[in-house]
Design a protein around this ligand. Structure first.
Ligand SMILES: Nc1ncnc2c1ncn2[C@@H]1O[C@H](COP(=O)(O)OP(=O)(O)OP(=O)(O)O)[C@@H](O)[C@H]1O
Ligand SMILES: [Mg+2]
Length: 191
């Protein structure tokens, strides 16, 4: 079963096509990478699949429903329930600690659970940084915090925009292991 399908998707900013006639099908359980030079439309594509913006034309089907027809409220609900986002810019809340940043994601999805949030931080190697503010974390630590936040609700789809750019080789490997573990749990729970 395809968890995601794009048909003829285009995004036009004034006269510039950031994306033009994109077709894509992704099956459940698959991991894909999209590579391209700076400015080629990778973030634009992630924003559309992640329900943060709508394409100017084309169809996007996520888990069987056509999200190109949703209004802003519908898109927010789909994003909350089905998608985990790891941003190119971290978008952490500056006045909340690491564990609180993870708990905000739990709060918007269901209920905050500090024990679970701390466990997620431990798995990305941030156990001893849980009470730090984002400004007190290194770039790689902030990125790992974003990964913990994106995965905390076991999303059906994880979208990651250059997620390991700030991580060393060892951290890259353990972050991906961690992500796969979380998605396989999410997949199991949705079967
Ligand atoms: N809100 C916007 N308004 C106008 N043009 C935009 C907007 N967002 C992106 N663009 C343009 O669309 C094109 C694709 O941008 P996008 O951010 O998707 O590229 P990218 O592949 O993610 O690049 P990078 O590797 O540098 O992050 C670029 O030419 C960019 O200038
Ligand atoms: Mg980008």
């Amino acid at each position: 079963m395809n968890v995601l399908e794009l048909e003829n998707v285009s995004m036009k900013y004034k006269e510039l096509f950031a994306l033009q006639d994109i077709d894509l099908a992704v099956q459940k359980g698959n991991w894909i990478s999209i590579m391209g030079p700076s400015g080629s439309g990778k973030t634009t594509l992630m924003n559309i699949i992640g329900c943060m913006s709508k394409p100017t034309s084309g169809k996007v089907v996520l888990d069987g429903s056509d999200i190109s027809k949703e209004n802003d409220k519908g898109l927010t609900l789909i994003r909350r329930d089905k998608i985990g986002l790891i941003f190119q810019q971290f978008h952490l809340i500056p006045y909340l600690t690491a564990v609180e940043n993870v708990m905000v994601a739990q709060y918007y999805h269901s209920l905050p659970d500090e024990v679970e949030a701390l466990q997620a931080l431990e798995r990305v190697g941030l156990k001893n940084r849980a009470r730090h503010l984002p400004s007190q974390l290194s770039g790689g630590e902030q990125q790992r915090l974003c990964i913990a936040r994106a995965l905390i609700n076991f999303p059906m789809i994880i979208l990651a925009d250059e997620p390991t750019g700030n991580l060393d080789e060892k951290m890259k490997k353990s972050s991906w292991r961690f992500s796969k573990n979380y998605t396989s749990r999410a997949l199991r729970s949705s079967l």
